[in-house]
Design a protein around this ligand. Structure first.
Ligand code: ADP
Ligand code: MG
Length: 569
């Protein structure tokens, strides 16, 4: 019969879906349109969860953070040319942050694109993606879909994780092939991110350095959080007795209240340490490239680095003991070595950091407790700090300039991978994408603490949050502008370049889509509103009125702004 003849055939659509399912892909983040609308529909029908966004960059950011949270590649699905380019920003950001992600974009007809004959959404997407991600592939034959998907998955998660582009031309989807041959062409990727065992000599060298240290320090980065070797990392700190500083997305690997946390004594710890063990953290701008006054006297530092990427070593300064391998295997080998003989670091170093930390915490405390109206950043964050303390399993998404810098210092984290933020680029716009994926991937409540400016980059996704009824509570730190709400146009013609409409009510946006909107003016009101949102699990947006004069230019990184040397009279 014709039915059984049909049953013996498969096509590109189904092969893509079968290949993803075979490899445990459960969720796709994307924006529908030509030529991938039906692919999305069919994915949904086949049981893959499809989360449709309003803009591809937000879908891409969602996929990227899903990769970080799960160690499986997050998938973003977009249309051709403009949709692809929107997703590409997120793919590049994922690659920069070492998050595994696959951007799958439909594309136009090769024959027309390559002759530049002006196809619908014509663009040579593969060529454009290549320099911006870890690997890029195109599949032209349905029989190669299995291999294409397998290569993309392996490239994303093995070694240093990153973004992969997979180009699927429109024609591929309707290509037909024999169903049995199709099934056989699929590949289930075995051991996609194999353990990478460090050389024993590298471990001996690293332990020698640590043993000779008088003021050792461990720096934990988001690579350590990604590795999900949480118990080993905790053992490394506790068994060695070495104080540690967490990078922002490594906060909570050990609770920020841990006695060996030197987070609140960061400057002293970086400046005065003599031997520094980097665990999944790069010596990039976020660590002042391992040099300069942040790191004390020139030549006063000896760096040990654990990283899966051999070429990361000596990227900025000399690494005297490189330990190349995955963090679980490396830390475990260090612990084995320490078990054969280890003395805790000198007590005066621990004491110096403890004293400094307590002094800094005490200095900050009164600022966090003021019940003022209008709020400033500290008084508002004081309330949110308590929320996370009371709900340590909630996920905190954080972006903005001052909102980011101050929240990072004020809000203690207690569990691994609970703080998601702007990452290596310090990019604004990750907020709603990260919040959606965090809720979907973990099922935990999400608190997104957003500067009013940062929120604007992904704000339309509040509709997505309402549509999927996600337990996301967004708090907008509304100080009427970028950095501050006080700039004016010297000519008097327009608003200042960094200000927004004064008194904007972002909470009304949420109400437009059936979510809960609340406007608050004091820390007490803020705390109550967030608690209510977290208890109910209803999509909520809280507009927190912050003094427009509060906030400093570019937050903590104002020094990165170039200064004009020619002052106009
Ligand atoms: P942070 O910004 O928190 O300092 P970075 O993103 O700069 O962190 O550094 C993370 C590092 O972790 C990268 O160099 C990456 O190669 C490394 N990394 C990621 N996953 C692993 C892993 N499983 N094992 C070892 N290193 C890893
Ligand atoms: Mg602002």
């Amino acid at each position: 019969t014709s039915a059984s003849a049909e049953a013996e055939q498969t096509d590109g659509f189904h092969l893509v879906i079968d290949a993803l399912k075979l490899n445990g892909i459960e969720t796709i983040y994307g924006v529908p349109g030509i030529p991938i609308t039906d692919l999305g529909r069919m994915c949904q029908a086949e049981g893959i969860r499809v989360v449709s966004f309003r803009h591809e960059q937000n879908a891409g950011n969602a996929a990227a953070i899903a990769g970080f949270l799960t160690k499986k590649p997050g998938i973003c699905l977009t249309v051709s040319a403009p949709g692809f380019l929107n997703g590409l920003t997120a793919l590049a950001n994922a690659t920069t942050n070492c998050f595994p992600m696959i951007l799958i974009s439909g594309s136009s007809e090769r024959e027309i694109v390559d002759l530049q004959q002006g196809d619908y959404e014509e663009m040579d997407q593969l060529a454009i993606a290549k320099p911006l991600c870890k690997a890029a592939f195109r599949v032209l034959h349905a029989a190669d879909i299995g291999i294409g998907v397998a290569r993309a998955i392996r490239a994303a998660v093995s070694g240093r994780p990153g973004g992969v582009y997979l180009d699927l031309p429109a024609k591929l989807f309707s290509q037909v092939m024999d169903a049995e041959a199709g099934a056989k062409s699929l590949v289930k990727v075995i051991d996609a991110a194999p353990a990478q065992i460090p050389a024993p000599s590298a471990i001996t060298r690293a332990l020698e350095e640590l043993k000779n240290a008088k003021r050792p320090l461990i720096v934990l980065g988001k690579g350590a959080a990604y590795a999900q070797a949480d118990d080993l990392v905790r053992d490394l700190v506790e068994k060695s007795g070495i104080p540690y500083v967490p990078m922002s997305m490594a906060k909570g690997l050990l609770p920020d209240t841990h006695p060996l946390s030197a987070g609140a004594a960061r400057s002293t710890a970086l400046k005065d340490s003599d031997v520094v063990l980097l665990v999944g953290a790069r010596l990039n701008w976020l660590l002042s490239h391992g040099k300069g006054k942040t790191w004390g006297e020139p030549g006063s530092k000896r760096f040990i680095q654990i990283d899966i990427e051999p070429r990361e070593m000596d990227s900025n300064v000399e690494i005297v003991a490189p330990v190349v391998g995955d963090i679980g295997s490396c830390v475990s080998a260090l612990l084995d070595g320490m078990a054969k003989g280890w003395t805790a670091p000198p007590a005066d170093w621990i004491e110096t950091l403890r004293t400094k930390r307590e002094a800094n915490v005490a200095k900050m405390a009164p600022k966090l407790m003021k019940n003022t109206s209008p709020m400033d950043f500290h008084s508002a964050l004081g309330a949110l700090r308590t929320v996370i303390k009371e709900r340590p399993d909630a996920i905190l998404v954080n972006e903005g300039a001052n909102t980011l810098d101050l929240a990072r210092g004020v809000i203690d984290m207690y569990q691994p991978r609970k703080r998601l933020d702007v990452g290596t680029w310090g990019v604004m716009g990750i907020g709603m994408g990260f919040a959606v994926a965090a809720a979907i991937e973990t099922g935990k409540p999400v608190l997104a603490v957003e500067g009013d400016s940062a929120f604007g980059f992904s704000g339309m996704e509040v509709e997505t949050i309402c549509r999927y009824n996600l337990p996301v509570c967004i708090v907008i730190f509304n100080n009427n502008g970028i950095y501050r709400g006080t700039d004016t146009d010297p000519t008097g013609r327009d608003p200042g370049t960094t200000v927004f409409v004064p008194g904007s009510r972002y909470d009304k946006m949420m109400e437009a889509f059936g979510g809960v909107g609340v406007n608050v003016t004091t820390p007490d009101e803020l705390k109550r509103a967030v608690d209510a949102a977290m208890d109910s699990g209803k999509p909520t947006l809280i507009n927190a009125e912050i003094d427009p004069a509060a906030g400093s230019e570019s937050g903590n990184i104002g020094s990165l702004n170039p200064q004009s040397v020619v002052k106009k009279k």
